[in-house]
Write a protein that binds this ligand. Sequence first.
Ligand SMILES: [Zn+2]
Length: 434
Amino acid sequence: MKRYYQPEIETMPVEQIQALQSERLVKQVKFVYDNVEFYRNRMDEAGVKPEDIHGIEDLHKLPFITKDDLRDQYPYGLLGVPLKDCVRIQSTSGTTGRRVVAFYTQEDIDIWDECCARAIVAAGGTNEDVCHVCYGYGLFTGGPGLNGGSHKVGCLTLPMSSGNTERQLQFMTDLGSTIICCTPSYAANLAEAINERGLRDKIKLKAGIFGAEPWTEEMRHNIEDMLGIKAYDIYGLTEISGPGVSFECEEQAGMHIQEDHFIPEIINPETGEVLPEGEIGELVFTCITKKAFPLIRYRTRDLCYLTRKPCSCGRTHIRMHKPMGRSDDMMVIKGVNVWPSQIESVLLNQGYQANYQIVVDRIGNNDTCEVQVELTPEMAADNTVSIEDREKKVVKGLKSMLGIKVDVKVVEPKSITRSEGKAVRVIDKRDLYK
Ligand SMILES: [Zn+2]
């Protein structure tokens, strides 16, 4: 059975979507030029006027904006409407610098909720479902976004927020949660707790909607097996609205970008040149309906590619491949580019769970990298393979994936701290920015 939240939009022929995008883009560019001094100055500097933009084919003429621009404009520099028309803020965690504060009108929130509703319906959600939202609530967009989407679909919504595993499990079993929304690392932790307590038969989960941090295909299979569910990916950024910018359908082959609200581009991160469909580069979004915090050609730093290959789900919106990494997450170790997701793939392929930590340091002028990974309880009980042999095998797997030798320490089950939101995978002690 194929289900859509807004079938007329989600299955609209591509030519019609593009015509709609062109019409909205022209209006939006005029809107930001007239209402936001920042955009007016940037466009004047670039020598482009609103009347030069006739449709999506002219998008490339507009200047990019970056996260640094958003920070420089903190707090009100990008407001597209008077402050009295704004009803909410959300904010980034600010772990890597000053926070970005994003503003919303009521209409912006309605659109955001609809985007999340489309994702929940794509994961099989209906008004008969119990939607267990254990993303964080508050300034973080995960909880409020999926909460709003769940209301629109008509699910019974459990606004659990993250943490307090015992309470999560109690509500999940007593109230029969069928859909769970959280970070993949927290889903893995809950799955572990469910299996340890022998609750697997008491839970009714059928689907999970997981995002807000990078995760691998191996981790997806792991969570699906442990919980007996189908795990769907969802993508978004606080700057753009939050989760629901794109989402997976039952094909699990890339996330459909909600093209009636967002125009994606892939660019060469060095030159800014727009790349053809299918090539890997930096993902850039232009929001064509957002009013309070409008973004034109926002560089996400996420690296991925787009595809317009028809999808069997019937949705016509373009798909983005799961980001291969955020340029922010990339580590340079011994001169080589390393993403935590590469390390995770190797570990899960060798039968470990996603309970690991990567410790990077520098001794003299040499980088050191130690991957600490927990034994699973089954491995711990198995005396036929020595710890030393296990470590050697992981070292070998990582060498072939990364091209460099890193140290591996296999540790006892439960010795690495569990996350309740986004997992802390990397501890970089090098102080490279001091
Ligand atoms: Zn699809």
